[in-house]
Design a protein around this ligand. Sequence first.
Ligand SMILES: Cc1ncc(COP(=O)(O)O)c(C=O)c1O
Length: 391
Amino acid sequence: MPSVYLDNASTSFPKPACVPEAVYRYMTACGSNVSRGGYQAAYSAEELVFETRERVCALFHGEDARCVVFTPNITTSLNILLKGFLHPGDHVLVSSMEHNAVMRPLRQLEVTGVRFDRIPCRTDGTLVLDAMEGLVRENTKLVLCLHASNVCGTLLPIDAIGAFCHRHGLRFFLDSAQTAGVFPIDMQQSHIDAVAFTGHKSLMGPQGTGGIILREDLAGLLTPLLAGGTGSMSHTEFMPDFLPDRLEPGTMNLPGLAGLHVALAFLQETGLDIVRAHELALTKHFLDGLAPMQAENRIKIFGLPGIEGRAGVVSIQPVHQDPAEVAASLDERFGIATRVGLHCAPAAHQTLGTFPTGTIRFSFGFFNTKADADYALSALDTLTKEAPHGF
Ligand SMILES: Cc1ncc(COP(=O)(O)O)c(C=O)c1O
């Protein structure tokens, strides 16, 4: 039985071959810590980390490589941003499509007196931009939203949101989990104050890598979520006030960063345009193939009708069957890996009208082929023609 991986929105697989090779090379040939040793291996690890900061900074058009902070994942990045920036009495706007990586920290902050409102999105996931004006309050400090929905792939208009924030003197933080490395993100052009990213999805790096690119003036406004040794300012028991050290205590995931270092070079050499064109061509082919099944009322497709305004993520519901059973059959009978359920984003499902049943999500990556999409279409066609299982 073939094995087809269509769960790239969860984590990309496979990685470019250079990524595991770099992780192995780091662990076997270098292995030293950074900022904590006065010898050659430590210096070369330090160089590797700094070069990775430079590559991240260039990718997102950040101000300075020193303003790139590494974390284990975007969930940590979003916690650092939200909990470090917001104070009791502050108000935040988020979209109605957010992942729990945003909503759960916000729910924790709500207990301390932070308030939030959701900017409504339509049933295809598109943001109602005009609603923003009416939601801003005197105490609104921040707009935080994702760039693309991890449930249905719909893109949010970050240029317009950034311009709105700029006009209203609000900070704009972006969750780039589903778009970094595929869609261009320009912090300067889109007036973004902080981009949170995760290394293991479309950036094609190892799990356990992620970070934040910050505007420099935010450094002093963020209370560190964690405190500890940084290898710098060792004479004081207080956290340094400069980036990246202020937000980067403890030994980092250096093998992971070695992998991210080469993943970023791979992306740069390949070109974001090529990656995006490939993933969207597959998505279009898949959506076109799903259309007859929708026309025959065997499935429902969510999100925008085509690839315009969409990342390479497609969510469907079988009309007459349980999504979990169909996803299990895709795996057991056809060797196709998808994700089923609510995808850590209950609010998005409420917006799309798919709560609490959830959806089966197919997500395409750079290493998927047209044959993968065809195989998934034919499997889904077979399964949705079978007798309903009492759903
Ligand atoms: C939009 C979005 N934000 C945040 C996350 C959390 O990513 P991580 O598990 O790498 O922290 C995900 C993961 O699926 C996501 O899709």
